[in-house]
Design a protein around this ligand. Structure first.
Ligand code: HEM
Length: 143
């Protein structure tokens, strides 16, 4: 009987330690960004910046802007651990034949940073998101 009590006590302790660990588990980047509504707001503002950016807006003259916004929102949502599925083309296929330069890539990222700053996205989340997008650069530039 005593032994059972000890075992039961140990089990309760272990379970409560587990649930505390669960509580401390890091929120995903998606959640820390503020979920899909926050991502959509940033993407809308960002595409507005791109549209006004003479260094790169010519690239988007024939683009389907509503689709682009939707695809970017889904892509950022999925890449940050959110519950979205990105259904667009892979980055190499989407930018194939455009011969996008380093400077153009930098201009676009700068337009995004402006929006992230406008919406007061903290440095850590900004860094994580830009890091994820920076990883796509080899698929986007120079093809
Ligand atoms: C991290 C950087 C970038 C990301 C994450 C990104 C993402 C995307 C996505 C998700 C699409 C839609 C694909 C689809 O419709 O299936 C797209 C299309 C496109 N992107 Fe990018 N892109 C980036 C950089 C750039 C740059 C630097 C340029 C040019 C300056 C550019 C120009 C375009 C154009 C013109 C389209 C096609 C739009 C259309 O056909 O309607 N992208 N990009």
């Amino acid at each position: 009987m005593n032994q059972r009590r000890v075992l039961l006590g140990a089990l309760v302790l272990a379970l409560s330690a587990c649930s505390q660990m669960e509580m401390k588990k890091e929120a995903s980047l998606y959640d820390r960004l503020g979920g899909k509504p926050a991502i959509t707001a940033v993407v809308d503002d960002f595409i507005g910046n791109v549209a006004g950016d003479g260094r790169i807006n010519g690239r988007f003259a024939r683009a389907n802007i509503p689709r682009l916004k939707q695809m970017l929102g889904d892509q950022i949502c999925a890449a940050s651990g959110g519950p979205c599925t990105y259904t667009g083309r892979d980055m190499m296929s989407a930018h194939q034949g455009m011969n996008i330069t380093d400077a153009e890539f930098g201009a676009l990222v700068g337009d995004l940073v402006k929006s992230l700053d406008k919406f007061k996205v903290p440095d850590r989340e900004k860094g994580e998101l830009l890091g994820a997008l920076g990883g796509m650069k080899p698929q986007i530039v120079g093809h």
